[in-house]
Design a protein around this ligand. Structure first.
Ligand code: 4NP
Length: 147
């Protein structure tokens, strides 16, 4: 799960997908990262933590890290939150980039629509609830199709 700062959207996406993976008893490794380095080592935004907790998901232990090109070797699939993340992942990955492994996460729930998960960083708490619901639907679809 990849976003810009790895403190708002992608830690939430990671927590939601891991929760479903555990419920389904799947053996998947789930992680998240940011394309920028602004928040490396920081815990998730308090509102991402709050919204996750409301749904019984604890993301308080996650620490921000920056996406690295080797993530293309470590992971089978890379879900990005928006088109800017997609472009940045491509730039960071250089010759490690593999188009088959990357997609906008909302294409799981809205196939071929190329929708972006809005960045809640600049808004109010409501934005975090909206993002949670979008990511929850996308993760349901990811679990269902098993990739
Ligand atoms: P995220 O949100 O990409 O969902 O983690 C952001 C977090 C921090 C910043 C931007 C977006 N920032 O500019 O510091």
């Amino acid at each position: 799960m990849v976003c810009l700062g790895n403190i708002c959207r992608s830690p939430l996406a990671e927590g939601i997908l891991r929760h479903k993976v555990e419920e389904e008893g799947l053996n998947w490794m789930v992680d998240s990262a940011g394309t920028a380095n602004y928040h490396v080592g920081e815990f998730p935004h308090r509102l991402s933590q709050k919204v996750a907790k409301l749904h019984g998901i604890n993301i308080s232990q996650h620490k921000g890290r920056q996406f690295v090109k080797e993530d293309f070797e470590r992971f089978d699939f890379i879900y990005v939150m928006d088109e800017e993340n997609y472009a940045d992942v491509k730039t960071i990955a250089k010759n490690y980039f593999n188009e088959k492994k990357v997609d906008l996460i909302l294409n799981a729930s809205f196939p071929n629509q190329n929708k972006n998960v809005p960045d809640p960083w600049y808004g109010t708490e409501e934005g975090y609830h909206i993002v949670y619901n979008m990511l929850n639907e996308a993760c349901k679809a990811i679990i269902k199709r098993k990739w």
